[in-house]
Design a protein around this ligand. Structure first.
Ligand SMILES: Cc1cc2nc3c(=O)[nH]c(=O)nc-3n(C[C@H](O)[C@H](O)[C@H](O)COP(=O)(O)O)c2cc1C
Length: 304
């Protein structure tokens, strides 16, 4: 039975990774599961300089989901290389580094630094963050900015580039095409959805940052549709995510058009979820006589 998939020139032993921001830098989970059984580890977003993040409370549970406003806390490129890379580089599974910046130039510089490091599996561009030079517009919801960021990173590195899409667009198709045209090797669909929760007694927002990003099972049907829409628009591989809790959820994403998937919020309450998804995929394939996981991708029968 073949579980391996290809994301650009990056080969994964299986299509199940862990999503950025929900798995620290890998080491935090090393006692809880065998990291070498994963498809890949995607680390928390990193920009050039260290970031303290937002004041607390930074997370709040809602029905079937979580809203977070961590504020992209991170050690910066140097801090990551010093503190976290020595462990990650000993693993057999690839590390995908989620990167971001406040300008196009910063993205490119971070990409250059990780290209020079050697041994990195791929870069995932988190474009759901504001551009300080252009009045705070998000890179991922502005076609021109998105194309600029991807093209600048493409110039800066030969590493596979995964563009992590924002769900906060009317139609994902032109954004998916813009990323592909600018040199992205794959898409990650989707990032969190803008959201808010209020304490009715105090009438205060439940997050110190007022608003945050919604993730978890309530996001799944939205994310599956985004994957399906993106799969109609581009030929590059798509990594599907949003509320995956088990193999059935992962299969939905693959059948909609994803070549691989990522487990996010579920890692917080069941750190073994990604391994359970891998085992469940095998079981499903055996039962259905499918010898190659790639045959599942985009196999949805819409009747259209
Ligand atoms: C606490 C938290 C932190 C996150 N941090 C990042 C991040 O740094 N960069 C990024 O691209 N996505 C980040 N995400 C988004 C996830 O990688 C993923 O796209 C999203 O949570 C949807 O998957 P899920 O519903 O399985 O969690 C974060 C999500 C959560 C819950």
């Amino acid at each position: 039975m073949k579980l391996s998939v290809q994301i650009g020139k990056l080969k994964l032993q299986n299509p199940v990774m862990v999503a950025s921001g929900t798995f620290g830098y890998g080491a935090e989970y090393a006692q809880l599961l065998d990291l070498n059984k994963l498809g890949a580890i995607v680390v928390k977003g990193i920009r050039l300089e260290p970031v303290r993040g937002n004041p607390t409370p930074r997370t709040v549970e809602v029905a079937s989901g979580l809203i977070n406003a961590i504020g992209l806390q991170g050690p910066g490129v140097d801090g990551f290389i010093k503190k976290y890379w020595p462990f990650l580089k000993t693993l057999k599974v690839p590390t995908i580094i989620n990167i971001w910046g406040t300008t196009v130039e910063e993205y490119a510089e971070v990409a250059r630094r990780f290209d020079a490091l050697g041994g990195v599996g791929a870069l995932e561009l988190n474009v759901s963050c504001p551009n300080i030079k252009e009045g705070g517009a998000q890179f991922g919801t502005d076609l021109k900015l998105l194309a600029q960021v991807v093209a600048a990173c493409r110039k800066a590195t030969k590493l596979p580039l995964i563009t992590k899409m924002s769900p906060n667009v009317v139609n994902i198709a032109p954004f998916a095409r813009a990323a592909e045209d600018a040199g992205s090797d794959a898409l990650a669909v989707t990032n969190s959805y803008p959201a808010m929760a209020i304490d009715i007694e105090t009438r205060k927002p439940k997050l110190a940052n007022v608003t945050g990003g919604l993730t978890g099972p309530c996001l799944k049907p939205i994310a599956v549709k985004l994957v399906w829409d993106a799969a109609q628009a581009v030929t590059m591989p798509i990594i599907g995510m949003g509320g995956i809790q088990n193999a059935a959820d992962a299969l939905e994403f693959m059948i909609a058009g994803a070549s691989a998937v990522a487990v996010g919020t579920a890692n917080f309450y069941e750190p073994q979820t990604a391994l359970q998804v891998i085992a469940g995929l095998r079981e499903f394939m055996q039962k259905k006589n499918i010898n190659d996981v790639r045959k599942l991708s985009g196999s949805v029968q819409t009747g259209k």
